[in-house]
Design a protein around this ligand. Structure first.
Ligand code: NDP
Ligand code: ZN
Length: 352
């Protein structure tokens, strides 16, 4: 089968591989709609080292092609959402509530890091009954693909930051992940939402999703801008979904004592992050710093899809670029790394 893979630092290309084996609990899925992620571009850059010939991609929807003999709830022909995170549900970490970190830190993130990703003609899903979710009737597979990673990650930012009714929230970064964090914060009852970003179509959707203030980081330090807008007090919660090491430091500066930072950003450098001591109360400011990988799991994915069915969220708004045909994956990945101003999220619509 054809797999679009990392073939060196800064390089990706097609490689030919045998079709994966379907274990008794597993499934093989043919892709319907695939979406490159900014994390794929970090990977190609070499953040995880050289993963020679390892298939890229972890977002998409598909059609079940084959299931193992112990799979109960999926059968060939079912249309499914493929979550970016596919834990080992029998592991001690999953049983302890940390499904993202099964068999070691970030161990639930298997696509590309441990096995070929979804940019494959046949996608291997471990523990299909635990990790796949049915794509509900009437939900476009393109919208379903935004439930693989963008929606659960953005929403996890709102969970990590523990957004409460009426909280003032800063969402730093309004790419596709940050935009879903804005929507997640609204659904959890945020008061004002200060959204940081500059791309015009992201700004437009941030407002549509419920941001009350837009901060452009090109117009000066975001900590100063947000402190000015909050009479020097800062915000209750920060969701960090973009920026760099410096942005992390700024996030601590804009939090009130008792505030919580929910980081979902993937820092693509090994440089340590700096905590500004004065603004952290010399260690006594009760400012929580949390960061995490999105949770997967069929039941959570079912609930997210249910929000689409109920009309509560429309993650399909993120899709700006469409490519027809599985062989267009390289173009979609390229546009993700070029990041033209009008890009939010590209998708590849596969036909078989
Ligand atoms: P994008 O690159 O599309 O968006 C980044 C956002 O950050 C943009 O709004 C950008 O502004 C803004 N930004 C850039 N530089 C700064 C700065 N110096 N200060 C403030 N804001 C800045 O990323 P995605 O939305 O695709 O992903 C966001 C992050 O989430 C990535 O690091 C990604 O790897 C990570 N991620 C994490 C996952 C998890 O499970 N934790 C899963 C998936 C992704 P502008 O509008 O100007 O472009
Ligand atoms: Zn992703």
């Amino acid at each position: 089968m054809k797999v679009y893979a990392m073939v060196g630092i800064g390089k990706a290309d097609w490689v030919e591989k045998p079709k994966p084996k379907c274990g008794p609990l597993d499934a093989l899925v043919r892709p319907l709609v695939l979406a490159p992620c900014s994390s794929d571009t970090h990977t190609i850059k070499g953040v995880l080292g050289v993963l020679q010939d390892r298939g890229l991609g972890h977002e998409g929807t598909g059609i079940v092609d084959e299931v193992g003999e112990l799979v109960k709830d999926f059968k060939p022909g079912d249309r499914v959402i493929i979550p970016a995170i596919t834990p080992d549900w029998l592991s001690e970490e999953a049983q302890d509530g940390w499904q993202q970190h099964t068999h070691g830190m970030l161990g639930g993130y298997k696509f590309t890091t441990q096995k070929d990703g979804v940019f494959s003609e046949f996608i291997h899903i471990n523990e299909a009954d635990g990790n796949l979710a049915h794509l509900p009737e009437g939900v476009d597979p393109e919208v379903g693909a935004m439930l693989s990673d963008m929606t659960p990650t953005g929403f996890h930012g709102a969970e990590l930051a523990n957004v409460r009714f009426g909280d003032d929230v800063a969402v730093i970064g309004i790419g596709p992940v940050g935009l879903m964090a804005v929507q997640g914060a609204v659904l959890r009852g945020a008061g004002r939402i200060f959204a940081v970003g500059s791309r015009p179509n992201c700004v437009e959707i941030a407002k549509e999703f419920g941001a009350t203030h837009i901060i452009d980081y090109h117009n000066g330090d975001i900590d100063k801008q947000i402190l000015d807008l909050t009479d020097g007090k800062g915000v209750d919660r920060v969701i960090l979904a973009g920026g760099n090491q410096e942005t992390f430091t700024q996030s601590i500066k804009i939090m009130k004592p008792g505030g919580t930072l929910g980081n979902i950003n993937y820092f693509d450098s090994l440089e340590p992050l700096k905590i500004p001591m004065l603004e952290w109360g010399m260690g006594m400011g009760h400012k929580d710093i949390r960061g995490g990988l999105m949770p997967g799991g069929r039941e959570r994915m079912r609930r997210l899809a249910n929000m689409v069915v109920a009309g509560r969220i429309n993650p399909g708004r993120l899709v700006t670029h469409r490519y027809e045909g599985f062989d267009k994956i390289p173009e979609a990945v390229q546009v993700m790394s070029d990041k033209p101003k009008d890009l939010i999220k590209p998708v590849v619509i596969c036909e078989w």
